[in-house]
Design a protein around this ligand. Structure first.
Ligand code: SF4
Length: 353
């Protein structure tokens, strides 16, 4: 497959041979600088490598400078309708902007936005959503993959005519099949990196399933250089889902958690331990396999390919490594001991981060 052009978002590169980058978007008011910085930090700790902010007015745009002074992660400004806001966001230090050329104003306005991005050396993501296709294209093609292709071709050619080639492309529809097919077309026709996502994918439950299918299909075909899982609610929930999807295709190193469904042999409170350890594992960047099993009768054997695990006894658990039982842990110490042992194991054996 032909490699995509390398594009830099701050100090993060996408395209070429670079790994797929996980993005997220804050849901704070950007002008609430404290809240926005706090959420950016949480997202970064969770694993976001690029964070997008909604820019709705001048105050939002000007806040970028203050926010950037306190965070390391590259910041993308998301702007609709007002080309002056896009210019202000770039002047304020955005590392990339996301616009839909169809709603940013006249060609002259778009040219002015492109000029400032060129001057500052930052990329533009052309983002087309199903709700924002130009009228003539919508009338001719409806919301179809070909409509996205025709629309993207129009915008790319226009921006390239301004002698600007620092682009990232994205097309998103709520309909999964349209999103997949439209991205296939983008991938075939353009050398620019593609940002993949499913717009309005839903709540954590349905959105995770829908995104896994749509984004998983694309990643399986080698499509996508950056990824965002959009879920209704706390954006922090998006990151583990993105990691999980990438790890299914060995595109991200994260621990695997194995847990049994439990049965009548289970004699300890396993579910809270699974939840806590799962959250903990989501903060780690290692291919370790961890097992939490309901009983000592079958647990260590069933999970013998796990690097480390526990199997429940009566108000205690057995700690095992690669199927070999190491020692007993009292129930109240299980979480602390297991976390310590996992960290020790990563330090000693796991591949570098
Ligand atoms: S590991 Fe033990 S508790 Fe879990 S399902 Fe198997 S037999 Fe039941």
């Amino acid at each position: 497959m032909k490699k995509k052009k390398v594009i830099w978002i701050g100090n993060i590169a996408i395209g070429g041979d670079y790994p797929i980058v996980i993005q997220s978007m804050t849901n704070t008011k950007t002008k609430d600088i404290e809240a926005t910085i706090s959420q950016i930090r949480d997202l970064t700790l969770a694993g976001a490598q690029v964070v997008r902010l909604a820019i709705l007015d001048e105050l939002d745009a000007m806040s970028i400078e203050k926010i950037k002074a306190q965070v390391q992660v590259p910041i993308v400004a998301d702007i609709h309708f007002d080309y002056k806001l896009a210019i202000l966001a770039v002047q304020s230090g955005a590392d990339k902007i996301r616009i839909n050329p169809g709603n940013i104003g006249s060609d002259a306005h778009l040219k002015a936005v492109v000029a400032i991005c060129k001057e500052k050396g930052i990329p533009i993501r052309i983002g087309i959503n199903s709700g924002s296709l130009p009228h003539d294209i919508y009338e001719t093609y409806g919301v179809t993959p070909i409509a996205f292709e025709v629309c993207m071709k129009r915008y790319v050619e226009l921006i390239e005519s301004f002698d600007f080639f620092n682009l990232v492309l994205s097309v998103k529809a709520t309909d999964i099949e349209t999103t997949i097919e439209a991205n296939r077309m983008l991938n075939q026709h353009f050398d620019y990196p593609i940002h993949i996502g499913l717009t309005e994918s839903g709540t954590i439950h349905s959105g995770t399933i829908r995104s896994s299918y749509a984004l998983g299909t694309l990643l399986h075909e080698g499509i996508g250089q950056t990824i965002r899982v959009s879920l209704t609610g706390n954006p922090l929930d998006e990151i583990p889902v993105a990691k999980e999807i990438l790890s299914m295709f060995s595109l991200y190193q994260k621990p695997t958690l194995i847990s049994c469904p439990t049965c009548g042999r289970t004699n300890y409170q396993m579910e809270p331990i699974v939840k806590e350890i799962e959250t903990f594992l989501n903060t780690l960047h290692s291919p370790l396999k961890v097992a939490i099993m309901g009983c000592a009768v079958n647990g260590p054997g069933e999970a013998k390919d796990a690097d480390i695990g526990i199997a429940g006894g009566h108000h205690e658990a057995l700690l095992f490594k690669k199927g070999t039982i190491i020692r007993k842990i009292p129930e109240e110490d299980i979480i602390v001991v297991l976390k310590e042992e996992i960290l020790k194991m990563i330090e000693n054996h796991a591949s570098p981060m």
